[in-house]
Design a protein around this ligand. Structure first.
Ligand code: KIV
Ligand code: NA
Length: 265
């Protein structure tokens, strides 16, 4: 199976073939997701919530993202692997952004990095791209700015914010980003962006008029039970399944059903 590249993604958009993207943070699940044939694996800073139990994505560190990224890359044969740049590693200045991106690329062997924001971080995006590192943008509900937003509600419903989002998408495309994630914005606005830029636009809570979809793996598998926004489709209830299996194991241990004759030496 041929490795997915940023070039392949651009061809998919031109053909009108939708791009399927999911998160993964560890070797074992990344192996399953890659073997299922997902096009892009995102080592999201949602690992801060999902893996570490933090309230927001802000606390996760560059070292921790590199640990997750390297674990995923070791499992993947086909998918394009994108690693999120964590909060505080690229907003301050573009030199620090480049240093952070280079660390991610060298220490994880991932294919690309993703940064949140438009105009505000454009200098960082430029500098990283100049080093030959593919960059994915992320606009709309950018969780690293949650303290500015104050709420996880839909973004860009008002004209002013929608206009800025469209401008930012164009800026990211002109800078040379290979794709953009749009999170939790009106479907019509996301569709407009996807029509106006040539690079693939991947949506999460952004409707179906875009070039692909991304979900957090643990959310779509139902491992996470607390999180159930409208945009999330659950493909399994792994919380219940795993809880059931663990319950059965506990029973077997207590009743000395496990281990049996064949399960010992
Ligand atoms: O960190 C993440 O999982 C993400 C996706 C939700 C796009 O950035
Ligand atoms: Na993220």
């Amino acid at each position: 199976r041929k490795k997915v590249t940023t070039h392949v993604l651009s061809e998919m958009k031109m053909r009108g073939e939708k791009i399927a993207m999911l998160t993964a943070y560890d070797y074992s699940l990344a192996k399953i997701v890659d073997s299922a044939g997902v096009d892009v694996i995102l080592v999201g800073d949602s690992a801060s919530n999902v893996m570490a139990g933090w309230e927001t994505t802000l606390p996760i560190t560059l070292d921790q993202m590199i640990y997750h990224g390297a674990s995923v890359v070791r499992a993947v044969q086909r998918s394009l692997v994108v690693v999120d740049m964590p909060f505080g590693t690229y907003q301050g200045n573009s030199k620090e952004a480049l240093t952070s991106a280079i660390r991610i690329m060298k220490e994880t062997a991932a294919d690309a990095v993703k940064l949140e924001g438009g105009k505000e971080i454009l200098e960082s995006v430029h500098r990283i791209l100049c080093a030959g590192i593919p960059v994915m943008g992320h606009l709309g509900l950018t969780p690293q700015s949650i303290h500015k937003f104050g709420t996880y509600t839909v973004r860009a419903k008002q004209e002013e914010e929608a206009k800025k989002l469209i401008e930012d998408a164009h800026l990211l495309e002109e800078a040379g980003c290979f794709g953009i994630v749009l999170e939790k914005i009106p479907a019509s606005l996301a569709g407009q962006v996807a029509n106006q830029v040539k690079i693939p636009v991947i949506g999460i809570g952004a409707g179906n008029q875009v070039d692909g979809q991304v979900l957090v793996l643990h959310d779509m598998l139902g491992i996470n039970q607390e999180f159930s926004p409208r945009f999330l489709r659950r493909y399994h209830n792994l919380f219940a399944e795993i809880k059931g299996a663990v319950g059965n194991y506990i029973d077997d241990v207590k009743t000395v059903d496990f281990p049996n004759e064949r399960e010992q030496y």
